[in-house]
Write a protein that binds this ligand. Structure first.
Ligand code: GTP
Length: 472
């Protein structure tokens, strides 16, 4: 039987070894004290559905090992957590002194917005107390934490700690301050048609990604390269690819986001005509938690006029960039911030379902973005009631028919341009349909492309795009 709930929150229980984290979790779930609790190895897991302010909330709780030797393992579980119990033992000053470090970890590895409740555990051992209530509550106040003293032995304040944390998260969601994620992108186009560099940073609450792409159009017909790096705490990843590593088919081929390589992304490929470069990230679904994300860096030395309408996930939402860049004598730059809006159906295997609307800073007049300023509408993460009938993961994305020629054509025309005649700018138009992405665009390039002609990408073989060129 599948359970239904309005929200799902990932919780962490963190703190030094022996402070009673496992016992707190056990008491919360089983309503009794856990006898003979051993040190946690790595991470343990528990979940409970609770009622908070009239809403049904499933708490998915990760009990982490406090011992130093497990740090590298446990830290990788922080990602995506909405709340945390930060536990120290009131009879051990040492565990109290370690709080600052735990706090830093939580805020850097999970999210700066993570809701944390400080728990001074073993409240029943009053006679052995080494940390006063007052100093701990000061620490909590200074660090914007909630605070309770608890006892996993007697059960005092155990449930309250979890519920208080959940209530605060819920309030933040309802007031729109929780779940925001800003994605930043910096794209720099340098020189002429031959080089594009894109740098992107993806900061989705729980970590950052970097994508670097380069595109060298002339030397090898349309080769592009890209590298994507993910936070090493996120199990470290880098990828390098050419444009033959195509983002879109890869996403769709996979059939389920979670099955992609971790951190699949960082790539350069020309998805619009001419030697533009795009690099981006595909961030596969967090296990059972967050949906995949796409960060995008766009470098386009020639400029593009027109709009491109991409629908990456036919059933899931769309991504619609559009804009115009002048190519300024071979030097080109773009700086933008874009945001995403997600609606997340939560539940086993849930994925993104919503509108993704990245806006390149100076390009989109309707929503101008200034770095750090009043950019496009703030990103928001809305949590929705999970669907009542959650389909099996493999049912969620229809399999892509790679052999379907009309769906994979991409082509364009360009007018003469020659480096020897700098007065001649190249012009190009493009059209195409590649998988679920359709595009129509016009490019006014800069005058250094030594050829004109038409190009296209024929129906792709599985995993491979073949560009072909006709040079007049
Ligand atoms: N008196 C008392 N003892 C407690 C309480 N909570 C936990 N303990 C004891 O403290 C010891 C450590 O408890 P655990 O829950 O295993 O501690 P932990 O923080 O999970 O430890 P690691 O898994 O190593 O990080 C055990 O012997 C528990 O019986 C409490 O509230 N009061």
């Amino acid at each position: 039987m599948s359970e239904t709930y309005d929200f799902l929150f990932k919780f962490l229980v963190i703190g030094s070894a022996g402070t009673g984290k496992s016992c707190l979790l056990h008491h919360f779930i089983e309503s009794k004290f856990k006898q003979d609790s051993n040190h946690t190895i790595g991470v343990e897991f528990g979940s409970k559905v609770v009622n908070v302010g009239g809403k049904t909330v499933k708490l998915q709780i990760w009990d982490t090992a406090g011992q130093e030797r497990f740090r590298s393992v446990t830290r990788s579980y922080y990602r995506g957590a909405a709340g945390a119990l930060l536990v120290y033992d009131i009879t051990s000053r040492e565990t109290y002194n370690a709080l600052a470090q735990w706090l830093t970890d939580a805020r850097t590895l999970a999210s700066p917005n993570i809701v944390i409740i400080l728990c001074g555990n073993k409240k029943d051992l009053e006679g052995e107390r080494e940390v006063t209530f007052l100093e701990a509550s000061r620490f909590a106040q200074e660090n914007e934490l909630m605070f309770l003293e608890t006892s996993a032995l007697t059960g005092e304040n155990v449930e309250e700690a979890f519920l208080k944390c959940a209530r605060t998260i819920l309030n933040k969601i309802e007031s729109g301050t929780q779940g925001a994620g800003i994605h930043r992108g910096l794209g720099i186009g340098i020189g002429n048609w031959e080089l594009g560099i894109g740098i992107g940073n993806w900061d989705w609450e729980s970590g950052s990604r970097i994508g670097i792409g380069n595109r060298d159009w002339d030397r090898e017909l349309g080769s592009g390269s890209g590298i994507g790096i993910r936070d090493p705490e996120d199990r470290g990843f880098g990828s390098l690819g050419t444009r033959r590593v195509s983002l879109l088919p890869k996403v769709e081929i996979s059939g389920e986001l979670g099955s992609l390589d971790p951190g699949d992304g960082g790539l350069g490929f020309p998805s619009d005509p001419g030697p533009g470069m795009q690099g981006g990230f595909w961030d596969p679904e967090f296990p059972g938690e967050f949906p995949g994300n796409l960060g995008w860096v766009w470098v386009d030395p020639g400029g593009i006029l027109g709009s491109q309408n991409s629908n990456f996930f036919p059933a899931q939402g769309s991504w619609i960039p559009s804009g115009w860049d002048p190519g300024l004598g071979g030097i080109w730059g773009d700086l933008g911030i874009w945001s995403s809006r997600f609606s997340l159906p939560r539940g086993a295997g849930s994925r993104a379902d919503g509108i993704r609307d990245p806006v390149r800073g100076r390009i989109a007049p309707a929503a101008p973005a200034a770095p750090g300023g009043s950019g496009p509408e703030p990103a928001e993460l809305r949590l929705l009631r999970p669907p009542q009938n959650i389909p099996k993961k493999q049912d969620q994305v229809p399999p892509l028919d790679l052999g379907d020629p009309p769906r994979n054509f991409w082509g364009g025309l360009s007018s003469p341009a020659a480096p020897k005649n700098p007065n001649l700018g190249s012009k190009s138009a493009a059209f195409g349909q590649k998988n679920s992405q359709e595009s129509l665009g016009f490019r006014r390039g800069i005058p250094s492309l030594p050829q004109c002609g038409f190009w296209g990408f024929p129906p792709n073989f599985p995993g491979l795009f073949l560009p072909f060129f006709a040079i007049f």
